[in-house]
Write a protein that binds this ligand. Structure first.
Ligand code: BGP
Length: 463
């Protein structure tokens, strides 16, 4: 087995707008739900400044070019284009991303643009958010607007970041809990909005390619007990296949439909939905992978679901179908996330076997409390080890026949975690600020920056 990747393998790095840009009200930007969200913990940084990528983007892109990336996955803040989600275009916002794309192309870095990454315009949220059909219409118009503005140069698009995590982990992602019936009407609207994006990307952008971008974790049964296996079947559908079967097959997953029925959830369809679903498909799948998850069948003694120590398990409690289980065979990071590199290969093979579409990994990484030394170094060996193990599994998946076309880890540069602040660092580039002191926001190359630079240059995993 070689350690060499295919010649045109797309080495990249990823960010999202709200977690990096800051400038949350600059140049006409409107407020998003990430700017207004209820915050339980005021000890951690908010998104008002983040790492000020909005003003530092040229410096950041130059650093990323030095690292040698081929693609840069970033998201457009909808509220910079349409401050209130629809209506008059904010020309300064439109111009900002023009400049970002031109800067990337200067270094021959291909933009992979996420249309929406958790930051719905607050004005649309006030009208009912993803729970109402008018948000789907506003999203369609927003997508058409950016396709027309940037489609001459940006040919690769991702739709809505992790709709599954946004809904399943709503409290952490959105700062609020969505009732089940509302949650799955939102599911339908999110997935229909995605179908419109597939359709209009293919109609408006010559050579345009577009894909869904769920967070996929293969679900393991806690034991070989048949009912634990059934619990894993249900959570694999509710967490993973409900989304990708809709995106890639244009239908509701059968097990998921049973889950909806047994929860007395009914979905409102619009007349045009069936035709949309059955005629608009992605060109590739973008997949965010951090780890696998494990579930067991709850028993009567469990009564109502009760939280398990493992952070992700707490988020997947659903009385009667499955219950989060801490996998005793997997280590955890300092933020209590399990680490499962072998699970990445299994997840990739399962995904490819099911959908037969090219796959690009658009998030994978290790959040850690990095230390900046007085000499300006960050010895993030733990991150290098994490990436090495996961990239090795990518190579094994490719050798096993998976059409994996790229790897764009989370994150290009330190950014503000969805719910754990700036000290949970993911970047190849360190940004010098604390939770409450933005300091100079100086950028420093971490050891992983040089490690990834060499990997890209040689296209080989160091043995
Ligand atoms: C994914 C999101 C990213 C990022 C990542 C790390 O679900 O797409 O935006 O947040 O998780 O998670 P966290 O920020 O909670 O450490």
């Amino acid at each position: 087995m070689t350690h060499t990747f295919p010649e045109n393998f797309l080495w990249g790095a990823s960010i999202s707008a709200h977690q990096t840009e800051g400038a949350y009200q600059s140049d006409g930007k409107g407020l998003s739900v990430q700017d207004t969200r209820q915050r339980d913990n005021h000890e951690i940084a908010d998104f008002t400044v983040a790492v000020d990528h909005y003003h530092h983007y040229k410096e950041d892109i130059r650093l990323l070019a030095e690292m040698g990336i081929k693609v840069f996955r970033f998201s457009i803040a909808w509220t910079r284009i349409f401050p209130n989600g629809r209506g008059e275009i904010n020309q300064k916002g439109l111009q900002h991303y023009n400049s970002v794309i031109d800067e990337l192309l200067k270094y021959d870095i291909q933009p992979y643009i996420t249309l929406n990454h958790f930051d719905l315009p607050q004005a649309l949220e006030d009208e009912g958010g993803w729970g109402v059909r008018s948000t789907v219409d506003a999203f369609k118009h927003y997508a058409e607007t950016v396709f027309e503005a940037y489609g001459d140069r940006a040919k690769h698009w991702l739709t809505i970041n992790e709709p599954n995590i946004m809904l399943l982990v709503d409290k952490k992602i959105l700062g609020k809990e969505i009732p089940l019936q509302e949650k799955y009407q939102q599911f339908h609207h999110l997935m229909i909005a995605e179908k419109y994006a597939f359709k209009r990307c293919h109609e408006l952008i010559e050579g345009g390619q577009i894909g869904p971008v769920p967070n996929i974790s293969l679900v393991y049964p806690a034991t070989s007990k048949p009912l634990d296996n059934q619990a894993a079947l249900y959570f694999n559908s509710v967490r993973n296949w409900a989304y990708l079967d809709f995106s890639c097959f244009g239908r509701y997953n059968t097990v998921f439909k049973d889950y909806l029925k047994r929860n007395n959830i009914t979905i409102d369809f619009a007349p045009e939905d069936s035709e949309l679903m059955e005629n608009n498909f992605p060109d590739f799948i973008a997949m965010n992978f951090y780890t696998t998850v494990t579930v067991e069948k709850p028993t009567e003694k469990d009564g109502m679901a009760n939280g398990i120590s493992d952070q992700q398990s707490e988020d997947i409690m659903e009385w009667g179908f499955y219950k989060g289980f801490t996998n005793p065979y997997l280590k955890k990071n300092e933020f209590n996330w399990t680490i499962d590199p072998d699970g990445l290969k299994t997840t990739l093979q399962t995904l490819y076997d099911r959908y037969h579409l090219p796959i690009i990994i658009t998030e994978n990484g290790l959040g850690a409390k990095d230390e900046l030394t007085t000499e300006g170094n960050i010895h993030d060996t733990y991150r290098i080890n994490y990436l090495q193990q996961h990239i090795d599994q990518c190579l094994q998946a490719i050798e096993a026949g998976v059409d994996l076309i790229g790897y764009s880890p989370w994150s290009a540069i330190d950014l503000v975690s969805v719910h754990e602040g700036i000290s949970k660092r993911y970047g190849f580039i360190y940004v010098d600020r604390t939770e409450h002191d933005e300091k100079e926001l100086a950028r420093y190359r971490k050891d992983s920056f040089y490690w990834y630079q060499k990997l890209i240059e040689t296209n080989q995993l160091p043995s």
